[in-house]
Write a protein that binds this ligand. Sequence first.
Ligand code: CAA
Length: 386
Amino acid sequence: MDFELNDTQKLIQATARELARKVVRPLARDMEASEAVDTAMLRALAEAGLVGVAVQGDLGGADAGAVAYALAIEEVAKACASTAVTLAVTNMVCEVVARFGSPAQRERVCPRLCSGEWRAASFALSEPEAGSDPGSMRTTATRTPAGWVLRGAKQWVTNGAIADVFVVWARTDSSATNVHAKSTKGLSCFLIERAEVNPSEFAVGRHEDKMGLRASSTTALELNECHIPPEAVLGAVGDGFRIAMTALDGGRIGIAAQALGVGERALELGVRYARERSQFGRPIAEFQALQRMIADSRTELDAARLLTLRAAWGKQTQKGVTQESSMAKLFASEAAWRVCNRMLQIHGGYGYTREFDVERLWRDVRVAQIYEGTSEIQRWVIARSF
Ligand code: CAA
């Protein structure tokens, strides 16, 4: 077993680390205050090869594999978790198109995302009444002589306000008389360019006022008789659920890496503070109670890293990683949450103020236990994989 990164992985990690420190981190506070990710910064990340990290070179990707991708997301998340999720979802959509798209779709979408010409992409699966259970979605797509008409509403669409391209799921099973019936069959996937649809038919809705990840755009999406051409179908008609689940197997590795990066940054800040802050005549780092917090945090983050990289390695070596990616996301998101909580505690009263970044990390990391499948869903996936 070899735990060494190869040269390509080291290069992607170093590139992401450098950009995260020099370009992303200085913007993080302002982006949170303005509730918007800096799009010039997104372009710089794409130009450095951080969009389409695992997408093949002939489509504009870095062709560096899922391990390099996880390393990149971790580095960006250390600087700004909002930027990391923006980037992670764009990467996920780029991979979905590269894997399931027609040659025309691949050649149109992937190079534009990888180069940063298009700012971001969205994955519109969830609905107000279909979160953990996407098989119960109500959005429909009806075939017409001119293509398809989509009707419904999507929810929790990451990058909704800034995406130039969306992957949207809808029910296409015309034999289903009751579209509200739960069914993972008869769902299909559509690729929609924002510039190509009528804005009144494809309306980006409310911007969610979230506890954390405040710079990341999360919106609703209204599909009001939205007309799209026949070639907008992504993959085979009726194969939408499998495409979504396959994408989430990879997406969950990205969320694990994001949580890991936030946890690592919190630990770095907590250790630094514990060494600088003195009480009772000595640095608080010398107290065993704090050393225990630091030791447990270091150990749990290393365990999270191993699970995350194992899942990523499995993905890039074409193994089925449903269980592995769920374990990585479950453990990394919960471990990073514990680490942020402990490090906030080490900061004492100061940790509860906006002056110290640990407060933002604590808010940002919480959602990793919720999106791309809650911890409860991950446990279900893991348990039933036996
Ligand atoms: N890969 C490939 N195929 C899969 C699969 C996987 N990981 N998981 C299931 N499938 C297939 C099954 O084999 C089955 O195929 P057949 O019908 O041919 O047998 C089909 O899909 C249906 O599977 P299930 O019966 O297992 O489906 P289910 O309804 O029981 O649901 C679930 C399974 C795992 C709970 C799934 O619903 C799930 O993952 N839910 C969570 C959804 C989620 O993560 N949503 C987040 C959306 S994205 C987001 O958060 C926003 C963002 O932008 C960040």
